[in-house]
Design a protein around this ligand. Sequence first.
Ligand code: G
Ligand code: G
Ligand code: MN
Ligand code: NA
Length: 255
Amino acid sequence: LVLLEQLRSAIRDGELRVHYQPRMALPGGGVSGVEALVRWQHPTRGLLQPDSFIDAAEESGVIRDLGAWVLTEAVGQAVRWDAAGVAPGLQMAVNVSARQLADTGLVARVAGVLARAGLPASRLVLEITETALMHDPESALTTLQALRSLGVLLAVDDFGTGYSSFTYLKQFPVDELKIDRSFVAGMTTDAGDRAIVASCVHLAHAMGLVAVAEGVESADERDALLALRCDQAQGYFFSRPVPADEVPFPATVPA
Ligand code: G
Ligand code: G
Ligand code: MN
Ligand code: NA
């Protein structure tokens, strides 16, 4: 409860930060986008990772203001990077929780943030976990369609760990599957994990979606993903999530 009160004032007082983790094009290796990940620069406890406050924010509803702040900050950063010319066409990916997805104001807020910043909707990717989508799939479908009408891209996050049925996957107007890092972590040593990753890539492509691998930590994993024709990859091998001015543009990452 103390934490929640502090979080409310942290949003007001500017204690939140956004770190960015690049996602790389495979092959080619350029930064095709970044994922925005929130942190809290706590006055006494240091830099807090979202695991320590996102659940509380979600349960209390504070996620609404937190999410609005992150969206505004991330979209603003994309515009600043455009102005600096560092990565033309860069995709900005922002996480949306179950509660945010259920918020009737979400679509208008996304539209408003994009319009005020002057960022084309097609430069924004909203990442929604399978679990959040399946919480109330009928209303999720309506919201996804409205977001899609704005021109925003949609990604299914942590794909493979939730309970989405193919019936819904087929209906949801999504653009990307982000293959969960638990499968990527095992793919060079475990035949089952490798088969799962391969299936996810094939499924994505058969449905006309972009396949993104999360949690890539080694050159071997990167090479295995290349062999499977996975489109994009993200993970510590390329870069940890870092402050905006430390994102490795354009090609200072391992080749
Ligand atoms: O770097 P990592 O510890 O950053 O993030 C942990 C979890 O917190 C991830 O599941 C991620 O999706 C979630 N998360 C990070 N930033 C945000 C955010 O801005 N909004 C929401 N809803 N979730 C976030
Ligand atoms: O939104 P999502 O749940 O996918 O959040 C991404 C999470 O994964 C963040 O906590 C981020 O810090 C973490 N992450 C990103 N790359 C790696 C990686 O290569 N290995 C591991 N273990 N975690 C990662
Ligand atoms: Mn994500
Ligand atoms: Na994920």
